[in-house]
Design a protein around this ligand. Structure first.
Ligand SMILES: *Cc1c(COP(=O)(O)O)cnc(C)c1O
Length: 354
């Protein structure tokens, strides 16, 4: 018997998440993972590595709650927002029985997490403007325990209409948890649903330090929800989800100076985004540039496959989204430094008419 045959059937059948890192490439301009382009420096202040860390470090939870405008009892910290996704599936979905629902095109980890846990994935593709198809969601809600909505949405970049989110919350009350993935909310902070938590016991919000806080390598994310939901997540979380250095650095990132530095990075990113969007609009091979509220831009190209490959060969690594539902011809470009934005535009201009 081959060892592989011992694995669960669902795992044998699984296509792992194609993270930007796994896809490889020999680039020197990395614009495929929506990271901040420059490293921020930190020093470790805790010298207590002989001890196990706190499961939910009090100082860190208090800082994030203050930053997000919620109570400390409404926050869980985890190994990235990705672990938050998995906690919801493990706390709310019985394998082989319950389902999760999401609305493609969207972030890939909702399906990967559900599939590895043996939980059914149900989809309600978005309308042609990438807004929610509420009628389709309602039709498919039987047996669904968790609905994932990403806003602003990755990879399309736009916010989900708040009226539709309200309607979704009304539709799902007492039926399913609605998890709003706000990984990019720092780029449009006025749009957060954190202020809605008191109105909806089944609302939860995912956050991360990986994007605007420039800490993708740290692996630190947060879930905001009401205490009843938080207590369920804390039942299934690992006993020590964050190492001591992670908690230490995350707390520094959430100090007043850390938050101020984050806001400066956001302002700079938005300025570079404008440069990138304006440049893209002037290029012939670009059919459409979509409005972005984030640190990336989605655009549709005349021959995206050829352009993706030719930029790849020049060391500029973008994210090909053309295989996703309704995204044919689309590439996603992370907003890098000003110099990186200019390099992408130069490379695309060089290709014009070829
Ligand atoms: C990057 C990203 C995440 C993952 O965040 P981590 O904290 O790095 O795990 C979750 N959701 C969306 C939409 C993302 O783009």
């Amino acid at each position: 018997m081959k060892t592989e045959a011992l694995a669960r059937a669902s795992v044998r059948a699984l296509t792992p998440y194609q993270s930007a890192r796994r896809l490889g490439g020999k680039g020197d301009v990395w614009l495929n993972a929506n990271e901040y382009p420059c490293a921020v420096e930190f020093t470790l202040t805790q010298q207590t590595l002989n001890r196990y860390p706190e499961c939910q470090p009090t100082a860190l939870i208090e800082r994030y709650a203050a930053y997000a405008g919620v109570k400390p009892g409404q926050v869980v910290v985890s190994r990235g927002a990705d672990e938050g996704i998995e906690l919801f599936i493990r706390a709310f979905c019985e394998p082989g029985q319950d389902a999760v629902l999401y609305c493609p095109p969207t972030y890939g980890m909702y399906s990967v997490s559900a599939e590895t846990t043996g939980v059914e994935c149900r989809t309600a593709p978005t309308l042609s403007d990438w807004q929610l198809d509420l009628a389709a969601i309602e039709q498919r809600l039987d047996g669904v325990k968790v609905v994932f909505v990403c806003s602003p949405n990755n990879p399309t970049g736009q916010l989900i209409n708040p009226d539709a989110l309200r309607a979704l919350l009304v539709m799902t009350r007492d039926r399913a948890i609605v998890v709003i993935d706000e990984a990019y909310i720092e780029f449009c902070p006025q749009a957060t649903l954190a202020g809605w938590l008191n109105d909806y016991p089944h609302l939860a919000i995912l956050r991360t330090l990986s994007k605007a806080f420039a800490l993708a390598g740290l692996r630190c994310g947060f879930t905001l929800a009401n205490e009843e939901v938080i207590n369920l997540l804390l039942k299934v979380i690992a006993p020590y989800p964050l190492s001591t250095p992670v908690a230490d650095i995350a707390a520094q990132a959430l100090s007043p100076a850390g938050i101020e530095a984050m806001r400066a990075r956001v302002a700079e990113t938005i300025e570079n985004r404008r440069l990138l969007v304006d440049g893209l609009k002037a290029i012939n091979d670009v059919e459409q540039v979509f409005t972005s509220e984030t640190n990336y831009v989605l655009a549709r190209f005349v021959d995206s496959g050829r352009l993706f490959k030719s930029l790849w060969d020049r060391g500029i690594i973008l994210r090909d989204q053309s295989k996703q539902t309704s995204l044919s011809g689309c590439l996603r470009i992370t907003v890098g430094t000003r110099a990186e934005c200019l390099r992408v535009l130069d490379a695309l201009r060089d290709q014009e008419g070829q």
